[in-house]
Design a protein around this ligand. Structure first.
Ligand SMILES: *[C@@H]1O[C@H](CO)[C@@H](O)[C@H](O)[C@H]1NC(C)=O
Ligand SMILES: *[C@@H]1O[C@H](CO)[C@@H](O)[C@H](O)[C@H]1NC(C)=O
Ligand SMILES: *[C@@H]1O[C@H](CO)[C@@H](O)[C@H](O)[C@H]1NC(C)=O
Length: 315
């Protein structure tokens, strides 16, 4: 049983808070808009309102159509493979609401929420095909410090194994590899694409990672057909049935996939002085709030600068 140590956990919390403000992420197509009282609009509303509960009955992936001919709506939803079903439901539920607000009257749109779920709809068949549009990049703002060449090599070794495991199997894999800190990885494809499309999408994702988060401690590539994510903290749910220890096909033993260092035993921590502790907690909370505010402001400012750049990214 491994747990993140304090430093990565702290940056995890910061990143979650900051990106929590800045998300969701969406592409709204430029392929036309529909009028509010059209059949397409009614079909879309019907589909979006039924998706969350249908999703809950079907697991992490669901796709459906409503309507006929030019008014036919195709929609799909996918949760990250490690997400417990109640979080999956609330993610898809929230996304089904916000996609209408973020992409009003758009015939086609894609939205991710918190890098946890994807919702996509269009007036054309979007099933079983790999879609190639510029992906979203979410970079961990922390620069990697240490032997980068070695880090990069270790990371690519891990991700290549996960890509093989995911594309030939459940279209989802998580795992970690020991480094100075453990490196955690997650890859996932839309379950209905082929093995070769899945592999190709994930490998392209790793290629794009270079420009997304080269030199950083983590990064995520969110594309319509796959997700690639690595970080130095355990960002995926440890308890999911799909989160078994990495198992690779017969071949060289996974010697590099050792258990990451375990955290210090809680038994070693002596009980703190209560009164002094209260003061320390108040000071710590105040400092933390200040720090989070400053860092969030910096990150949001950077993202706003990047938004100008990403405005040209439409499909
Ligand atoms: C689904 O989303 C709607 C609108 O945001 C909300 O009112 C409702 O409570 C959500 N349902 C659940 C079960 O979370
Ligand atoms: C990472 O490095 C870049 C370039 O050296 C610098 O501009 C940026 O502020 C650094 N980020 C952090 C979080 O230290
Ligand atoms: C990281 O490793 C990959 C795969 O070996 C390689 O293609 C890439 O150029 C490396 N990146 C850097 C910055 O060294």
């Amino acid at each position: 049983m491994d747990r993140p140590s304090w430093a990565p956990l702290f940056s995890h919390v910061l990143i979650t808070l900051c990106f929590g403000i800045a998300q969701p992420q969406q592409f709204c197509s430029n392929k036309g808009i529909f009028s509010v009282s059209s059949a397409y609009s009614n079909n879309l509303n019907l589909l979006l309102s039924s998706l969350p509960s249908r999703m809950a009955e079907n697991g992490i992936f669901y796709k459906a159509t409503v309507g006929q001919g030019p008014d036919k709506v195709y929609a799909l939803a996918l949760c990250r493979g490690d997400l417990p079903s109640e979080k999956c439901y609330s993610c898809v539920n929230a996304t089904s609401q916000s996609i209408k607000q973020q992409c009003p009257n758009q015939k086609e749109a894609i939205m991710w929420t918190d890098s946890s779920c994807l919702l996509r709809y269009a007036n054309r068949d979007i099933f079983t095909k790999m879609e190639e549009i510029p992906p979203f990049c979410v970079s961990n703002p922390n620069n990697f410090s240490g032997d980068f060449a070695k880090f990069n090599e270790t990371l690519h070794g891990l991700m290549e194994k996960l890509i093989t495991q995911a594309s030939s199997g459940l279209k989802f894999a998580t795992g970690y590899v020991s480094f100075t800190k453990p490196i955690y990885g997650l890859v996932q494809c839309i379950p209905d694409i082929s093995e070769s499309d899945c592999r190709s999408c994930l490998q392209k994702g790793m290629g794009e990672m270079e420009s997304c988060s080269g030199g950083h401690e983590g990064g995520r590539i969110l594309s319509p057909s796959c997700i690639v994510w690595f970080d130095l903290f355990r960002f995926y749910e440890p308890a999911g049935t799909l989160d078994a220890p990495l198992q690779f096909p017969p071949g060289p033993a996974p010697a590099n996939l050792a258990q990451p260092p375990s955290p210090p035993s809680p038994a070693n921590v002596s009980p703190p002085n209560q009164t002094r502790n209260k003061k320390v907690i108040i000071i710590a909370v105040a400092s933390l709030v200040t720090l989070i505010t400053i860092i969030c402001a910096l990150i949001l400012w950077r993202r706003m600068k990047q938004k100008v750049e990403s405005k040209s990214r439409q499909f």
